[in-house]
Design a binder for this molecule. Structure first.
Ligand SMILES: [Zn+2]
Length: 1003
C-alpha cells in the first residue's frame, strides 16, 4: 500500500505544479510600466507622484541596495474578457529572488490619490482591481530594493550590505512580469483543497485508514480534472475531494486558536526607517484581506509600530482605527516595542508597558491584558510582577523552543517571578510565530503540546513576518478547511484574549515555573555592540535624573515639568531596547543611528537636569546626588557638600604595591594584578590562595552560527590570560586617592586600567579604557573570590536573582553566560564580594577547586565580543568600562551599583533638600516623577531590594494631600504596602522584592 501512496503523491505533485497552479489564472494581458528612481532616502507618495517617469520593460535592472524605485503601472482590462470585477487582478513581480518573504524586495501599491491598496510580496503578489472588461487603471508601486543581508553568499559571512555607504551602487533586482490577470477562483480553491488533503495525509501514520482514504481521493481528483481543460473540470476535481474534506474532527482533537499576525522586527537586517515601510505594507495587506475575508482577526503588538503609521500614513491609520473598533485589528501586548527583557533597567521595563498601554488607551480605548513577546531572547524573573503591575494577566512567547539543550516541560503553566507574583503563561507548541497553518504545522502543534491529558488548546500565530506581508488568503483557506477536519486539530480564528480566557478556564490549576525563563541560546547578546549597551544604561540614568530634578523643581518652585521632552526621550530609549537593537544583533546602519539618538538624549536632558538643580538651590557650589543612597556625605536625592575623611597609604613591599585606606587593603603584584584584597574591618581575605584578581582574559569567539547573537561553550577552551603589562605605575593624586595604572597590549589593541582606592570607602574602583581593534575576540575581566557558594546573585529589574554556580543539571550547565544589571554578588554567610559595573550586562560565574580545600568562585564580566556578522565593525574603537569591587553582602552590592551608575555631579548650587527620603536601605526609591496625566501629582516608585520582608517610612519633603497606591499606569489599586500615612510621611510594609507605586497629591 505504501508504494501505491508514494505513486499517488508523485503523480499528484506533478499535476499540481504543471496543471493546477498555472490554471489559477484564466487569462492575462500586458500593462505599461514607467519608473522613477528616488535619488536618496525614501520619499512620500506626494513627492513621488509628480516626478518624471521613464518607460521600462520586463528585465529592467533597478534598485541599488537600500534604494527605492517608484513604478507607475497603467493598463486596461481587455474588453474581450468575460470577467467579473472580483476576478480581475494586477500581479507584480518586481524581481523576487526565491520565495523568502521579508528579506528581499518588497513593494507597496498606491492608487492615484495616494491611498495604500496592498503590498507586493513573494507569495502575495497581487492587487485586486475590481474592474470590468474595458476599464482602465493607473497605480503607483513603491518598490524597496532591500538586499538580503542574511543569505547573501555564505550565511553569517561579514557583509558590506549592512550600511548604505558600504553597499554597492549596482542594481540588485530585475523587473519581472507585471500583468493584469483574470483569476479562476474554482481552480484556486481546488489548489487549497489539495494542499490540505495532501498535507494532512502525509502527517498521518502510514497504516492509517484516513491517510489511505485521503490518497485515494487525491488520486480520484487527478482523474477528474482534465489536464487539457483544467478550467472546465476543476469543479469535478473539488467534488472528488468533498467527502474527505468534510469528515469531522475527532472529539479529542487538539483545539487551535489561530491569530493572524506579522512579527515585524522594529529594526534588524534593515534600518528603522525600513521597518516603518514594512509596517505600512503589512498593515495595508491586512486591511485588504479583512475587506475580502470577514473572518480575519489580526493581532499587532507594538505601540511604536502603530505610532509610526499614525505619523507617516495617517489615512492608513484611520482605517486601522476603524478595524480596531470592530475588534478585528487587535492591539496586543501593551508594550512600546517587543523589547529585550534581560537588559532594560527597572524603570525602563515598566515604561515599556506604560508607554505602550497608554498609547493603546489613548488612541483606541483598548486596555491590553497580555504580554506578547514571541521572539525576545529570554525573560527576566522580574517580568511577572511588572506585567501584573501593568494590568496584564497573560504572557506568551515561543522563543524557548530555541533552547539548545533543555526543553521546558510545559506549554501552558503559571510563571512565578522573583517576588512570587504569578502570571498565566503560554508557549505556542507550533514553535513559530510565522505559521502558515499548514497541516504539518498543525500536526506538530498537537504532537508537541506538553500538557495534553489535562489541557487541549493552544494558540498559533499565523502570517509572514518582517515585511513578508502577514496573513494571506491561502492561510485563511487553510484555516477554514481545518475548522472541523478528521485527523487534524480544529482551527478557530480568534483574538488572543479569547484563547487566554478559554485556556485559563480549561486548566484552572496549573503547574508552576519559578524564576527567569532563560533562553539557552543567543547568550552573546548581553555583550555585542558594547557602545549601545553603554548608551542604554547612560540614557536610563539621565532620564532618572531629569525626572527626579524636574519633579523636585516643579514641586518646590512651580517650574514647568517637561512632559513632552521626557516622553520623547523615553520613547527613543524604549525603541532601542527592541529585541534586535539593544542585544547587538542588527546591521551597522542601526547602530550608527542609535549612537546619534543617545547623543541627542544627552544633549536634551543635561540642560533639564542643570536648570532644575540651579532653580532649586541655595549657596555656591556642591554636589548633586541623584541616587537613592547617601554618597560621600551628600544625602540621597539632594544637593550638598561632599565630605571624605581619612587617607590612603601606598607602600612597596617585596615588589608588591600595597594600597590601604583602613577600610580595605589591596595588594598588587609586579604584573599589576590583585593578589590580596582584605576588608579593613574584619581582615577577611577575598582572593583565594594562589589566585590573582582583576585579570583580563581574551577568548576566540567564532560561534557555530549567529555570530553577534551567540557565544558557544567552546569559547572557554581558547582563553588567554593577559598577564604581561607594558606598564604598571602607582598614581597618587593627593586628594585622598591612590591608584595603580596598568597598560596591556592584545594584538592591535591597548587596554589601560586604573585601579583606584579612595579614602573612607571599602571599594576598589576600576576604570578600563580599551582601544579595540580585535575581531571575533571576547574580552573578559575576572575576579576569583574566596567564597564557597552554590549560587550567585545578579541584579535584575526591581531585585536580584539567584543562579547556581555549579553544573549539576543540564539546565545549570547550559546557563553558562548570564545577564546582570548593575552588580553580581557571591558570598558566604557574613562575607562576600560584589562586582558592580556601569555598562556591562554579560557575566559568568563559576566554581573551582581551592588550594587547601573547598571551592572558590570566579566572577567574570564580559566586556567586549566584537563579532563580524551582521555588523563587521561591531565594537571597534574606544570603550570605557567602570567596575567596582565591594566586599560585603547584597546591601553593599546594591549601593555600589547605584553609586557607579548615578555618580555625584558638581553643581552650581550648594544645597537642595530631597523631595523624598527612606529610612531603610532595603527599600529603594527607583523613580520620582510627576504623574503622566499632567495633574502635578508626585509619583514615587520603590521596591524591596534585599530579598527580605521589611518595613520603612518614606519621608516627604513636601506636604502631601493624599497618598494612593497605584499600578504602573498610575491608576489606583487596593492597598498592598502602605500601612499608615500623614501629610509628611508614608509607612510601608513590603514583602521580598515587592514593587510599589505611590501617587502623592500635593496639598
Ligand atoms: Zn524578532
Amino acid at each position: 500500500m505504501h508504494q501505491q501512496q508514494h505513486a499517488v503523491k508523485v503523480r499528484l505533485d506533478r499535476f499540481v505544479k504543471e496543471r493546477l497552479e498555472p490554471a489559477r489564472e484564466r487569462a492575462s494581458a500586458p500593462v505599461r510600466v514607467a519608473a522613477w528612481a528616488v535619488p536618496g532616502e525614501p520619499v512620500p507618495f506626494s513627492e513621488a507622484v509628480g516626478q518624471a517617469y521613464e518607460p521600462v520593460e520586463e528585465g529592467h535592472a533597478w534598485g541599488r541596495a537600500w534604494g527605492t524605485v517608484w513604478f507607475k503601472v497603467s493598463g486596461t482590462v481587455p474588453s474581450e474578457w468575460s470577467a467579473e470585477p472580483g476576478e480581475v487582478e494586477l500581479v507584480v513581480d518586481p524581481g523576487f529572488i526565491g520565495e523568502g518573504a521579508g528579506f528581499q524586495v518588497e513593494a507597496l501599491v498606491f492608487d492615484g490619490s495616494g491611498r495604500t491598496l496592498k503590498a507586493i510580496e513573494p507569495k502575495n503578489d497581487y492587487v485586486r482591481l475590481g474592474l470590468r472588461p474595458g476599464e482602465s487603471f493607473e497605480l503607483y508601486v513603491e518598490a524597496a530594493a532591500n538586499p538580503d543581508v542574511f543569505t547573501s553568499g555564505v550565511r553569517f559571512a561579514p557583509t558590506p550590505l549592512g550600511r548604505y555607504e558600504t553597499a554597492s551602487d549596482a542594481p540588485i533586482y530585475r523587473l519581472g512580469r507585471v500583468a493584469v490577470v483574470q483569476r479562476d477562483a474554482t481552480v484556486w480553491e481546488l489548489v487549497q483543497d489539495v494542499a490540505t488533503a495532501r498535507g494532512l495525509a502525509l502527517e498521518l501514520p502510514e497504516g492509517s485508514p484516513r491517510r489511505a482514504e485521503l490518497f485515494t481521493a487525491l488520486d480520484a481528483m487527478v482523474d477528474a480534472v482534465h489536464p487539457h481543460d483544467v478550467h472546465g473540470t476543476a469543479v469535478a476535481g473539488r467534488k472528488a475531494l468533498r467527502s474527505v474534506l468534510s469528515a469531522p474532527a475527532a472529539r479529542s482533537a487538539h483545539q487551535v486558536f489561530a491569530v493572524g499576525h506579522a512579527h515585524i522586527d522594529s529594526a534588524w537586517l534593515w534600518p528603522v526607517r525600513e521597518t516603518v515601510r514594512k509596517c505600512a505594507r503589512t498593515f495595508s495587506n491586512v486591511l485588504e484581506l479583512m475587506d475580502a475575508d470577514p473572518d480575519l482577526v489580526f493581532a499587532c503588538s507594538s505601540a511604536q509600530q502603530f505610532a509610526w503609521i499614525k505619523d507617516f500614513y495617517p489615512e492608513l491609520f484611520e482605517r486601522i482605527r476603524a478595524r480596531v473598533a470592530e475588534g478585528r485589528f487587535v492591539p496586543v501586548g501593551g508594550m512600546w516595542v517587543e523589547s529585550d527583557t534581560n537588559m532594560p533597567g527597572s524603570e525602563a521595563m515598566a515604561r515599556q508597558f506604560t508607554e505602550g498601554k497608554r498609547f493603546f488607551l489613548e488612541e483606541f480605548g483598548v486596555d491590553t491584558r497580555e504580554v506578547w513577546l514571541p521572539d525576545s531572547f529570554g525573560y527576566t524573573g522580574a517580568l511577572p510582577q511588572i506585567a501584573r503591575a501593568a494590568g496584564a494577566g497573560y504572557f506568551l512567547t515561543q522563543k524557548l523552543s530555541w533552547n539548545e539543550v533543555n526543553k521546558y516541560p510545559h506549554h501552558t503553566f503559571d510563571w512565578e517571578g522573583i517576588d512570587g507574583t504569578r502570571i498565566f503563561a503560554h508557549f505556542p507548541p507550533v514553535d513559530t510565530y510565522n505559521s502558515q497553518l499548514t497541516p504539518k504545522e498543525l500536526a506538530h502543534t498537537e504532537r508537541n503540546f506538553a500538557d495534553k491529558g489535562r489541557a487541549n488548546m493552544s494558540l498559533v500565530p499565523f502570517g509572514f513576518g518582517d515585511g513578508g506581508g502577514g496573513p494571506t488568503r491561502e492561510m485563511m483557506a487553510a484555516a477554514r478547511r481545518a475548522m472541523d477536519l478528521e485527523g487534524s486539530p480544529t482551527v478557530r480564528i480568534a483574538p488572543p484574549i479569547v484563547f487566554f480566557e478559554a485556556a485559563e478556564e480549561e486548566l484552572p490549576s496549573r503547574p508552576v515555573w519559578s524564576g527567569e525563563l532563560y533562553l539557552e541560546n543567543h547568550r552573546g547578546t548581553y555583550a555585542s555592540q558594547a557602545r549601545t549597551k553603554r548608551g542604554n544604561r547612560r540614557s536610563e540614568a539621565l532620564l532618572h535624573e531629569a525626572e527626579l530634578w524636574a519633579a523636585t523643581a516643579a514641586v518646590r518652585t512651580g517650574a514647568e515639568y517637561p512632559h513632552e521632552l521626557l516622553r520623547k526621550s523615553w520613547r527613543t530609549v524604549l525603541l532601542n531596547q527592541f529585541h534586535d537593537i539593544l542585544p547587538g544583533s542588527s546591521i551597522g546602519w542601526v547602530y550608527d543611528q542609535v549612537a546619534k539618538e543617545y547623543a541627542q538624549i544627552e544633549a536634551d536632558l543635561e540642560p533639564v537636569i542643570a536648570e532644575a538643580v540651579a532653580a532649586l538651590g541655595t549657596g555656591d557650589e556642591g554636589f548633586v546626588n541623584s541616587g537613592p543612597y547617601e554618597l560621600d556625605g551628600v544625602p540621597a536625592f539632594a544637593v550638598g557638600a561632599k565630605r571624605v575623611e581619612g587617607a590612603v597609604t601606598v607602600e612597596l613591599v617585596d615588589g608588591s604595591t600595597v594600597v590601604d585606606n583602613g577600610e580595605i587593603r589591596v595588594v598588587f603584584d609586579a604584573d599589576g594584578l590583585i593578589t590580596s584584597l582584605t576588608d579593613g574591618a574584619t581582615g577577611r581575605e577575598t582572593v583565594p590562595p594562589g589566585q590573582r584578581a582583576g585579570l583580563l582574559q581574551a577568548f576566540t569567539d567564532t560561534p557555530r552560527q549567529y555570530d553577534a547573537w551567540d557565544v558557544d561553550i567552546e569559547y572557554r577552551r581558547s582563553g588567554r590570560d593577559l598577564i604581561a603589562a607594558d606598564e604598571v605605575k602607582v598614581v597618587e593624586d593627593g586628594a585622598g586617592r591612590a591608584a595603580v595604572r596598568t597598560v596591556r597590549t592584545l594584538g592591535e589593541s591597548t587596554i589601560t586600567q586604573v585601579f583606584t582606592v579612595e579614602a573612607g570607602r571599602a571599594a576598589v574602583d576600576v576604570e578600563t579604557t580599551v582601544d579595540w581593534h580585535e575581531r571575533q575576540t571576547m574580552l573578559k575581566f575576572a575576579f576569583p573570590v574566596d567564597v564557597h557558594t552554590a549560587s550567585a546573585r545578579s541584579e535584575i529589574q526591581f531585585g536580584h536573582i539567584d543562579r547556581p554556580t555549579h553544573t549539576n543539571t543540564s539546565w545549570d550547565e547550559a546557563r553558562f553566560e548570564t545577564c546582570a544589571h548593575r552588580w553580581v554578588h557571591v558570598g558566604e554567610a557574613g562575607r562576600g564580594l560584589g562586582v558592580a559595573n556601569d555598562a556591562t550586562y554579560g557575566h559568568d560565574v563559576t566554581r573551582h577547586a581551592r588550594q587547601g580545600g573547598g571551592t572558590y568562585s570566579v566572577v567574570r564580566q564580559t566586556l567586549l565580543k566584537s563579532p563580524l556578522f551582521p555588523d563587521p565593525e561591531a565594537d571597534q574603537g574606544e570603550h570605557v568600562f567602570r567596575t567596582s569591587l565591594v566586599p560585603g553582602g547584597v546591601a553593599e552590592a546594591v549601593r555600589a551599583g547605584y553609586r557607579l551608575n548615578l555618580p555625584l555631579r558638581a553643581a552650581s548650587v550648594g544645597s537642595v533638600d530631597p523631595l523624598v527620603a527612606v529610612d531603610n536601605p532595603a527599600v529603594v526609591v527607583e523613580t520620582v516623577k510627576l504623574a503622566d496625566d499632567g495633574s502635578g501629582d508626585v509619583v514615587v516608585r520603590l521596591y524591596e531590594a534585599h530579598g527580605a520582608r521589611t518595613e520603612a517610612v518614606l519621608d516627604l519633603g513636601f506636604t502631601a494631600g493624599g497618598v494612593l497606591e497605584t499600578d504602573l499606569l498610575e491608576r489606583e489599586t487596593g492597598t498592598a504596602a502602605v500601612t499608615a500615612t500623614d501629610a509628611g510621611s508614608v509607612s510601608l510594609a513590603l514583602r521580598p522584592f515587592q514593587l510599589v507605586t505611590l501617587r502623592l497629591a500635593r496639598a
